[in-house]
Design a protein. Structure first.
Length: 218
């Protein structure tokens, strides 16, 4: 387990015995990392071991779909519905991050409220693996390799390619099969709050899905 945790970056002790996770820092590079707002550095260097959970409550502010994007979101129910399924705004949302015990990575759970019915719950696992250094597993063997880039006020996670794991065999999906480029942004807004957004853009069909919310440190 310790070797897996140290695959990208490492775990460093801080004063008082608290652990500091340097893996996101390793992915973006030292210079870019220290140019980020301190709040962003703190959020992405938390060592979430064992039963520790980071919880960020917020509100969904904007959602939009193209017709093709809405259809894709519904079809993705078969792999756990990783895309928002409805366009409700002004509804509560929560993001929680915990440790993925199997890989040493992180389990992300997003809960999006609805104006009617139960909230939508989305699960994914971020693993510090692959050529890009970070992969996100969505369900049913489907995942995407991510490139992490520092932007002016936060971090941007850009899909490099999608893949399908069939047992020990990995199939890299051709670009013409994929849904397009996924970009997730974490932008610090100051005073303990941040914007979390997701955008999916197809090279021929344009923007298919966009969702953004404002969250705060728990």
């Amino acid at each position: 387990m310790q070797a897996q945790l140290q695959q990208v970056g490492r775990i460093e002790p801080l004063m008082g015995g608290e652990a500091y996770d340097t893996r996101f820092r390793a992915l973006v590079g030292e210079e870019a990392w220290y140019g980020l707002p301190l709040a962003v550095q703190k959020r992405f260097s938390k060592r979430l071991a064992e039963a520790r959970v980071a919880i960020y409550p917020g509100i969904i502010e904007e959602v939009r779909f193209s017709r093709a994007g809405w259809l894709l979101a519904q079809l993705c129910r078969v792999i756990g519905a990783p895309l928002p399924l409805h366009a409700d705004k002004g509804v509560p949302a929560t993001v929680s991050v915990s440790e993925d015990g199997a890989s040493g990575g992180q389990c992300w759970t997003r809960i999006y409220g609805r104006k009617r019915g139960f909230p939508q719950v989305i699960h994914s696992a971020k693993r510090f693996a692959g050529k890009s250094g970070l992969e996100e597993y969505l369900g049913r063997g489907i995942g995407m390799a991510l490139k992490v880039v520092a932007i002016e006020d936060g971090l941007e996670f850009r899909s490099d390619h999608y893949f399908f794991d069939v047992g020990p065999v990995r199939l890299r999906l051709p670009h013409w099969i994929g849904p397009g480029r996924t970009v997730v942004r974490h932008r610090d807004l100051g005073e303990g709050s941040f914007e979390f957004s997701l955008q999916l853009v197809h090279p021929l069909l344009g923007e298919m899905v966009y969702q953004s919310g404002v969250f705060r440190d728990g």
